[in-house]
Design a protein around this ligand. Structure first.
Ligand code: GLU
Length: 320
């Protein structure tokens, strides 16, 4: 079915979602990383970026928050750019674990693969793959440059968050060394873990995340900078990774109710990709029991459902 949606309709629906949920007080900030526990829980921002670069933005869309697990998507794109889709499948995998983001059990169950670059194990493994191997500074530069190209502007390291995470990341340290045991760390394990911790501590805005999402939706062409960031053959690969594991063990529930592949982070951000139509991002710190932003989920679901945008309904939507 062919449908046309006007930009005004999207604006109206986004405003409705914002008004409906802005005073919602459900959920609780992540508390296992001290920095995140202290963020103002009232912050709430929405940003939509269309394929022509036009943006629809509400609330705290310029507030810089910890990107956390959403960074896994960006570094997955970097290794896809550096190695190609087949090699990433062989060296990490593309399977949903069905388990929490930091599961050690998932590694033990599937010791031949860290499963997917979008869970902690696969993300640490992905950081170990970033070229040039053996050079931490140059690897970090590649990670940040890639983020900047995807988001259209540079993210900033939140030093306090980095320190806070580094001091408390005991579970991730175990993951890095367990992966080493299975030959799934392709560089120094401590360096790979540090790169992962640093990338999670990057400050990003909903505005930047929506541009990144739109770049994925737009076959790798950044609609803001008009630069081709990655080969268009990689776009469906990255969207499939997001669709299968973006909400960890709740990915099925998310896709079923929202219809949009999306990735969450414990900083309160969510990045959603509607291929060929738009990138959407929302941010609000309080999380549900599974570690996903309550208000960001509610807002994105509302917007998608009200507009009838769903990757599974086969509608060909044009925006006028
Ligand atoms: N830095 C976090 C961790 O690895 C990211 C978790 C998340 O956002 O899901 O513990």
């Amino acid at each position: 079915m062919e449908r046309t949606i006007t930009i005004q309709q999207i604006k109206d629906v986004a405003q409705e979602a914002y008004n409906l949920y802005k005073d919602n007080t459900e959920g609780k900030n992540a508390d296992y990383i001290p920095y995140l526990a202290n963020i103002n829980p009232k912050l709430f921002g929405i940003s939509i970026c269309l394929m022509n670069g036009e943006k629809i933005q509400l609330g705290d869309y310029q507030y810089q928050f910890g990107i956390e697990s959403v960074s896994k998507v960006l570094t997955a794109i970097l290794i896809l750019r550096q190695y190609g889709a087949q090699k990433v499948l062989e060296m990490i995998g593309a399977d949903a674990t069905g388990l929490p983001f930091n599961s050690i059990m998932a590694i033990l169950l599937e010791n031949d693969h860290p499963s997917t670059p979008l869970v902690n194990a696969g993300a640490i493994s992905a950081d170990s793959m970033v070229q040039p191997i053996g050079n931490s500074d140059a690897k970090w530069k590649a990670i940040v440059d890639n983020m900047t190209e995807l988001c259209g502007s540079a993210p900033q390291l939140i030093d306090e968050l980095y320190k806070s995470e580094s001091a408390t990341n005991f579970n991730n340290r175990s993951i890095a060394w367990l992966l080493k045991n299975y030959n799934r760390i392709y560089d120094d394990p401590d360096m790979s873990l540090d790169l992962y911790t640093r990338q999670c501590s990057m400050g990003i805005t909903a505005d930047q995340l929506s541009v990144c999402a739109a770049t994925i939706a737009n076959d790798g062409l950044n609609p803001d900078t008009k630069k081709q960031v990655f080969g268009k053959e990689l776009a469906p690969k990255i969207t499939s990774l997001i669709a299968t594991v973006g909400f960890y063990q709740h990915t099925g529930d998310w896709l079923y109710t929202s219809g949009v592949p999306a990735k969450t982070g414990v900083g309160g951000g969510v990045l959603g990709v509607m291929p060929g139509i738009m990138g959407i991002a929302a941010f609000a710190p309080p999380l549900d029991e599974a570690g996903n932003s309550v208000k960001a989920q509610l807002a994105i679901k509302y917007i998608m459902n009200k507009l009838g945008m769903n990757i599974f309904n086969g509608h060909r939507i044009s925006i006028s």
